[in-house]
Ligand binder design. Sequence first.
Ligand code: IVH
Length: 677
Amino acid sequence: MVLKKEIIFKHKKNLETLKKLNKDYYTDDNPKVSDAEYDKIKLNALEFEIKYPYLKKIESVNDLVGSKPTNKFKKFQHLSPMLSLSNAFNIIDMKDFQKKINNFLNYKNKEIEFFCEPKIDGISATLIYENGELIRGLSRGDGTTGEDILENLKTIKGLPKKISSSDVPDLIEIRCEIFIGKKDFKKLSDKFANPRNAAGGSLRQKDPSITAKVPLRYYAYGFGKVSSMKFKTQKEFLELINKWNFKTNSLSETVKNLEQIEKKHKSMEQARSSLDYDIDGLVYKVNDLILQNRLGNTSNSPRWAIAYKFSAEKAVTKIQDIVIQVGRTGANTPVAKVDPVTVGGVVVSNATLHNEDEIKRKDIRVGDTVIIQRAGDVIPQVISVDLSKRKKNSKSYIFPTKCLCGNETRKEFSKSTQKLDAVRRCFQGYGCNFTAKEKLKHFVSKEALNIDGLGKKVIEQFWNLKLIREPSDIFNLNYNKIKNLEGWGNLSINNLKKAIKKSRKISLDKFIFSIGIRHIGQENAKTIAGFFGSISKFKKIFDLEEIKKINKNLLELDGIGETQTNSIKTFFSNTINLKITNALIKELEIENFMPNTRSGIFSNKKIMFTGGFKNMSRSEAKAIAEKNGGKVLGSVSKKLDYLVVGDSKPTAKKINQAKELNIKIVFEKEWNKILNS
Ligand code: IVH
């Protein structure tokens, strides 16, 4: 006879699996199994539930949030990337934002006008109109490629399928936020946790007639590609499209200074609960489009806009335990396990304590009653301790000096700050099981190998079963063992095999990023890949004698400093790292780095700047050079084509070096002339 306890355990396990699959699909947009497999898992769970009716009282399969995944949509590349926004959490962050803009434009405290709009917590989409006709509608996707959800978008009330105005450009891309009103959401069946998920789920329905039944709404807030611009400011743009019958948010307005920004912020934060849609902050955009264009973007977000989020949501809870988590760089991070508590609609049971110093400063102890805060998408953190609730016998937390792997941890001395790092690290690399597992997670992440169906959880599962220990193991998996694991079927295994096979072909920059050298992020990996060009040249770095010479050359590259070269040296001086990297190279087909050779006046030219300019900041000068095909170097060498000298305090040594090497020197006046030509 099967024990009731065991039956309940199995039922809970079934629900857990389904919840995870729903999360993969709805929240992470990363389904791990096929539709058919999902159906099979769900049906099995339901049959089990029906067999033992008392299980329904615990939680029923039919009550789970989210429904079965649909087929994939066709993908299209965006005409211009759909970026995200950087966040501000207080007025100091906003001041900083203003300052950065002024610095970039080389303005001395000029008052810049911002256009302020509510930031709706919905799903973004882009609508492409050709000769006024709506011809394509895409979801954001990963920002570069979106999914074709045109038919679903067409079901949204008041969303123009045609712009019948004589002043419409041949091509215009309108960006908007799709959402469900709070009242409408309440009327919907309780299939979704919140309006945002409901809007996302409805937009992803394969059958547009189902989408049509959901009261989706939208507000247009921006533009992507436009063939001819007939507006000079964000305000004018919104007024124009409003005339074309697009819905725009009437709570938007221009603001000029910090005082007005804070006033608007406070009044909207108060009005927030009375609005019929969820907003999580306000977006501030530089109103003047010429300035927006000058400011441009960083790799992920525009420099001309920011999301000023409303106050973080807080909650009171109790620390059950403090545990150590090891990151891929060996960082030992303390995490508080807290009594589960809802913070802003999300159940939180972990909160970061940052590092040893932070725990000491706040004297945080196990058993303490604390306030935790969840701001935006960042990990919840412990803000303060309620000392009045502390038990007399409570003891200070003693931070372990050994990593979970048993090896000693230590704090590094930072040359630049002349201080000890606040973070304790384990320096065993792949020699530490905990660091190694995190390194593997980094290896398969979206920005690195990006293997569909092989996310963090699967790495965890495969690691625990000793199926993988280092990156090359991923290419030699024992599928016979995987076949017998819960949640894995023939279809998902075939998909995984396909995805792994596809990932073998990788560009040199992604390879360099994926091996996880500390301080070598995506940008630096690109710079280094540009320097070596091919894996055969890169492999010279494995020779300790060569590293010294190579590092000297690498130091000339923009963005590479001693922190990076020291880290490269440490990484390749480690024999385990060498062995692992070599084994990995054997499995991969590493493509030569194709520099993003942009056409333009500085195409393939190497440029260096010294001194300040009157009309632009150094950052803007650099951005202009790069936009026009140039590469900016950080020191004078034979490779340099131009040394551009600003009138304000140039370095004489650099000019002399350039003269000695016969490098063309361009003075500020000439630089401006080139830019205007
Ligand atoms: S402007 C370059 N304006 O927030 C990005 N975004 O974190 C420009 N959002 O993907 C975005 N309301 O989905 C902008 N008034 C608004 C917005 C808004 C909501 C969303 C949008 C975007 C995300 C950025």
